[in-house]
Structures are given as structure tokens and as C-alpha cells.
Ligand binder design. Structure first.
Ligand code: SAM
Ligand code: SF4
Length: 327
């Protein structure tokens, strides 16, 4: 069986893979993982919300939308120094990828963007992989981020094209794809994944994975979020996601996009040690950790660095260290 990266997966192939018996799927994903990655190493990421709340978009899962009454206190764009101080502390904790998120619909060419470019320059100078997630981007804005030293840009497709309108009405799937195309005019790597647990069907999960796996090239990074139910959002009462569903998504993503980093993102705080071990066996090789048990300042919970270090030590996994040649 040839597991080399390919972008011509058919929907039937994705379905057959997704519906494999779970242990068989995990074993297959494990083989792909060994072929393409050092299975003893995981990358630790940290996400900082540099501008919180009051977002004009209506994403049904999000604590930061101005359209939902979630109690999140809007915070203006942070000062550069404060962001750099946080990034330094993160680096001292073993973080090698630092992601800055802004609750914006899209990027405007204004002083705020200039400030974000400054943050990118200074975090890059610390020797971290610097990632940003700022909403929609033009090709010119992508180029400016590239010049500032941005390593990765996160822009999630979130779910299937068929289910998208049930979750978000203020932008289209095509607009998400257009931003990814704009990024591909630069050398910035793409981080693109989504969320399970928003009421989508199995067919939606298959269709979503199919859209990701037929991007050419594949996103270098694929975050798999489990919905963190936020009171006040339309999805506050969504059904629980069982661990086998998360593991199945991770394993399928690993096989479909063998050379990509597959990241366990939101929802990990609800997973036990053994749940997480299963995710790593299924091909996850990165996760988000945090300073204060929160992932997006006060919006989604997350495990902290000390407990994560102890978990990795017990599992015999090493946090990835960035070599100068990787910068
Ligand atoms: N505004 C930007 C955007 O939408 O691209 C960036 C910030 S947004 C918070 C980044 C991603 O976080 C979303 O695409 C979504 O996948 C994830 N996310 C946000 N809230 C979440 C929640 N409550 N549960 C799980 N994932 C969530
Ligand atoms: Fe705004 Fe992003 Fe939240 Fe959507 S996911 S409401 S665009 S911050």
C-alpha cells in the first residue's frame, strides 16, 4: 500500500478509511505515523488571544462572537511588549510554536495590522515558530506577514461544506478557501482543520476530511478541535463527543495527510491520560498547552504546562526542540 501524500482522494476512499474498524484504523495510522514522523516526539504549542471578543462573525461555537451573550469581556489588541513577554515565558516552558489569535472577521490595512506585524517580527526573533490566526487575508497581507517572518497561518475550514451554513452564516466556505489560496502565494505554512461535536453527521466528518485531504498541497498542520461548549452560544447544548470519535478523526487525518502535523486542540482538557495516549498512537504529534489552564484567554479551557510535562515524561515522549536549521 502506498501511503505517500496525495491530494486525489475520492470521497469513497475517505469513507472506506473512516469506516474501518477502529483498532485497524489506529494501527494503519500508527504505521503511517512511523513512516513520516519521529513517533517519540510531540510539539507543544501555545495560543494567545491577542484581541479578544466583539467579533462581528456569528460562528455558532465561538465565545468571542458579539452576537452571542457569552460573558467574554472584549479586550483591545494587546501591546507588543506584553505579547513578547508571554512568548518568552512560553519558550521557557518548552513551547516551540506560538500562535496569536485575533477575534477579527478579516485583517484591515491599518495601525493594528502594523502592530501585529511587529509582534510577528519579535516572536520570530525569539526562535519560535510563529503562527497567527486573524481571519480572512488578502494575498498582499499574506505577503506582509511573510516578510515579517510568519511561519504559519491558521485558518480552519471547521466542518464540511454541506454543514457550514448551519454553524456560520456571515461568511462562506469559499471565502475560507480563498484565504488559503492567498496564503499559498507565499512561503507561509498553512494550519487548517476543524471542530467535531457541532451536531454534524458522520457524512459531514467524511466530507470535511475529504476537503482537507484534497487541498494541494495538504495543510502542513491539521488541528482537530473537540467543541468546547460555551454557555450563551447556539451550540451550548450540543451532544458529548466520545473519545472514539476524536481518535477516529485523528487517525483518519493521519492516514489522509501523512506528512502533516496533526494537533489535538480544543477539548483536550476533558481527556484522560489514556484518552490522550490513544490520540498519540493514532498519529497526533502535537498539542496545545497553556499557562493558566485557558487556551484562548478566558474562552476555552486547556491543560497547563506542568501537568503536560509530567504526562509526556510518563509516556516517554519528548517535546520537540527546534533546530536552528528549521528556522
Ligand atoms: N477569528 C479567526 C478565525 O475565525 O479564523 C481566528 C480565531 S478562532 C478563535 C480559531 C479557531 O478556534 C476556530 O476556527 C475554531 O476552529 C476554533 N474554536 C473557536 N472556538 C472554539 C470552541 N468553543 N470549541 C472548539 N474550537 C473552537
Ligand atoms: Fe470571530 Fe473567529 Fe470566533 Fe468566528 S471563530 S466568531 S471569526 S473569533
Amino acid at each position: 500500500m502506498n501511503d505517500a501524500p496525495r491530494s486525489d482522494w475520492t470521497i469513497d476512499e475517505v469513507r472506506v478509511l473512516f469506516e474501518l474498524p477502529l483498532m485497524r484504523l489506529i494501527r494503519r495510522a500508527g504505521r503511517v505515523h512511523e513512516q513520516f514522523h519521529d513517533v517519540d516526539v510531540v510539539q507543544v504549542n501555545q495560543l494567545l488571544s491577542i484581541k479578544t471578543g466583539a467579533c462581528p462573525e456569528d460562528c455558532g461555537y465561538c465565545a468571542q462572537s458579539a452576537r452571542h451573550d457569552t460573558g467574554v469581556k472584549p479586550q483591545p489588541l494587546m501591546a507588543v511588549d506584553e505579547v513578547v513577554r508571554t512568548a518568552k515565558r512560553a519558550k521557557a516552558q518548552g513551547v516551540t510554536r506560538f500562535c496569536m489569535g485575533a477575534a477579527w472577521r478579516d485583517v484591515k490595512d491599518n495601525a493594528q495590522f502594523d502592530r501585529v506585524l511587529d509582534m510577528v517580527r519579535q516572536v520570530n526573533d525569539l526562535g519560535l515558530e510563529v503562527c497567527a490566526t486573524l481571519g480572512m487575508l488578502t494575498a498582499d497581507q499574506a505577503r506582509r506577514l511573510e516578510e515579517a517572518g510568519l511561519y504559519a497561518y491558521n485558518h480552519n475550514l471547521d466542518t464540511s461544506p454541506e454543514y457550514y451554513d448551519s454553524v456560520i452564516t456571515t461568511r462562506t466556505y469559499q471565502e475560507r478557501l480563498d484565504t488559503i489560496d492567498n496564503l499559498r502565494t507565499t512561503s507561509i505554512t498553512v494550519c487548517c482543520g476543524g471542530i467535531i461535536g457541532m451536531g454534524e453527521s458522520v457524512a459531514d466528518r467524511i466530507s470535511f476530511l475529504h476537503r482537507l485531504a484534497t487541498l494541494d498541497p495538504h495543510p502542513e498542520s491539521v488541528p482537530i478541535n473537540v467543541l468546547s461548549r460555551v454557555p450563551g452560544t447556539p451550540l451550548e447544548n450540543a451532544a458529548d463527543v466520545e473519545i472514539h470519535e476524536t481518535v477516529r478523526m485523528i487517525a483518519a487525518a493521519r492516514v489522509l495527510m501523512p506528512s502533516s502535523m496533526v494537533r489535538i486542540a480544543a477539548g483536550r482538557h476533558l481527556m484522560s491520560f489514556s484518552d490522550q495516549a490513544l490520540c498519540f498512537l493514532a498519529g497526533a504529534n502535537s498539542f496545545f498547552s497553556s499557562e493558566r489552564n485557558m487556551m484562548l484567554t478566558a474562552t476555552t479551557p486547556c491543560a497547563d504546562h506542568a501537568s503536560d510535562r509530567s504526562m509526556l515524561a510518563t509516556m516517554g515522549l519528548r517535546p520537540r526542540v527546534l533546530e536552528p536549521s528549521e528556522r
